[in-house]
Design a protein around this ligand. Structure first.
Ligand code: IPM
Ligand code: MN
Length: 355
C-alpha cells in the first residue's frame, strides 16, 4: 500500500531553492503515478535568514525537524557569510543532533554521461560509499593555544568510539547484503599511520564481518591507495565504508567520476530516526536565479528519499526519468550548458518518470 509522508524542505541558499523546486516537481509526478501522498513544510534556514536575523538554526528547529518522515535539503553556503558558520550551524548540526550517522553516497555513472576516467563506462562505475557522519575530525574537538603568536598551536582531534564505528560498519554490511551485487565491502582507512583510530575500525570490521556477515567479502584499502583505484579500477568496488573525513574527500573524487556535482546526491541517514537527503554540490551562488543550474543531483536526492521511505516503485520511476533525460535531452551537465533550462530539465524528468 502506498504511503503518506510529511517532508520538511530546507531549500537553503543560492541555487538550492531552484533545484529543490524541480525535485518536488518530479516527486509530485511520481507520487501521483504511485498513489503516494506527500505533504511539505518549508523552512527558511540559510544565509539570507542569518543575515537578516542573526539566527542560524533556532533551538526549536531541531525538535521540529524530528517530527518529519524525511528532510529534503537544497544547499547551504552564502557568499556574504564566512565559510563554516552556516555549514557547521545548519548542515553539521542537523547531521549530529538528529544522529544521522550514515552518509550514503552512491557513485554511479549513467549512460550518456561523460566521465574523466579513460575507457570507463557505466559498467565500470557503480558503487556506494558509506561515510560515517557523526565522528572523526568533524566533532570540533580541539582548539588554539597562544593564538596569533609565533608559538601558536592548533589542534583538531580525530575521535571515534567503538559504538560509532560498530553501528556504521553494521549498516555498511547490511547495505552490502541488501544490494547483493558483488557482496564485497571495502574498508577505507589509514592503518599504517592512524594506528589508533583505523586500528579500531579494522578490528571491528573483521570482528563483525567474520561473526555476522561471513558471505560478504572483506577488503581493506589505505585511503591514498583507494583514491588511486577509484580512478584506475573503479569496477573493483561494490560498497566502501570509511570515516567522516576520508569519506568527505573520496566522495568528491567519486562524484567527478560519475559526471560531477550536477549529478551527485547523498543521504544523511539515521536508520532509526529522521534522515535528510541532499544534492552534494554547493549553493553555486553565481548561477542563482538564472534558471541554468542542473537540478539532476537534487532530483537524484529525491529518488534516494523515496527509496529510504520504502517507495521503491517511485524511486525507480525517478531514476528512469533521469536516465531518459540524459539519453534524450541533456547536452552537458555543466550549469548553463545543458541545452535546457533548470525548469525544463525538471519538466522532462517529471514527464519521463510518469510514463
Ligand atoms: C559535504 C560537505 C560538508 C562536509 C561541508 C559543507 C560541511 O563538504 O557534505 O561533503 O564536509 O561534510
Ligand atoms: Mn564534501
Amino acid at each position: 500500500m502506498a504511503g503518506s509522508y510529511n517532508i520538511a524542505v530546507i531549500p537553503g541558499d543560492g541555487t538550492g531553492p531552484e533545484v529543490v523546486a524541480e525535485g518536488i516537481k518530479v516527486l509530485g509526478a511520481v507520487a501521483q503515478c504511485e498513489g503516494i501522498t506527500l505533504d511539505y513544510t518549508t523552512f527558511d534556514f540559510g544565509g539570507e535568514r542569518y543575515l537578516r536575523t542573526g539566527e542560524i538554526l533556532p533551538d526549536s528547529a531541531v525538535d521540529e525537524l524530528r517530527k518529519f518522515d524525511a528532510i529534503y535539503l537544497g544547499a547551504i553556503g552564502h557568499p556574504e557569510v564566512k565559510p563554516g558558520i552556516l555549514e557547521k550551524g545548519i548542515l553539521l548540526r542537523t547531521r549530529f543532533e538528529l544522529d544521522q550517522y550514515i552518509n550514503l553516497r552512491p557513485v554511479k555513472l549513467y549512460p550518456n554521461v561523460e566521465t574523466p576516467l579513460k575507457d570507463k563506462g557505466p559498467e565500470h562505475i557503480d558503487y556506494v560509499v558509506v561515510r560515517e557522519n557523526t565522528g572523526d575530525l568533524y566533532t570540533g574537538a580541539g582548539g588554539f593555544t597562544m593564538k596569533d603568536t609565533p608559538h601558536e598551536v592548533a589542534i583538531q582531534t580525530m575521535i571515534y568510539s567503538r559504538f560509532q564505528v560498530e553501528r556504521c560498519l553494521k549498516y555498511a554490511f547490511e547495505y552490502t547484503r541488501k544490494r547483493n551485487k558483488r557482496n564485497t565491502l571495502g574498508l577505507v582507512g589509514k592503518t599504517n599511520v592512524l594506528t589508533y583510530v583505523y586500528d579500531l575500525w579494522e578490528r571491528v570490521f573483521h570482528e563483525i564481518g567474520a561473526h555476522d556477515y561471513a558471505e560478504i567479502k572483506r577488503e581493506y584499502y589505505n585511503v591514498d591507495a583507494a583514491c588511486m583505484w577509484m580512478v584506475k579500477s573503479p569496477e573493483w568496488f561494490d560498497v566502501l565504508v570509511t570515516g567522516n573525513m576520508f569519506g568527505d574527500i573520496i566522495t568528491d573524487l567519486g562524484a567527478i567520476t560519475q559526471g560531477g556535482m550536477g549529478l551527485a546526491a547523498g543521504g544523511n541517514i539515521n536508520p532509526e530516526g529522521v534522515s535528510m537527503f541532499e544534492p552534494i554540490g554547493g549553493s553555486a551562488p553565481k548561477y542563482t536565479g538564472k534558471n541554468v543550474i542542473n537540478p539532476l543531483a537534487a532530483i537524484s536526492a529525491a529518488q534516494m528519499m523515496m527509496e529510504f521511505l520504502g517507495e521503491d516503485a517511485a524511486a525507480a520511476r525517478i531514476e528512469s526519468g533521469i536516465v531518459e533525460v540524459l539519453a534524450r535531452d541533456i547536452k552537458s551537465l555543466a550549469a548553463g550548458q545543458m541545452g535546457l533550462s533548470t525548469t525544463e530539465v525538471g519538466d522532462r524528468v517529471a514527464q519521463y518518470a510518469s510514463e
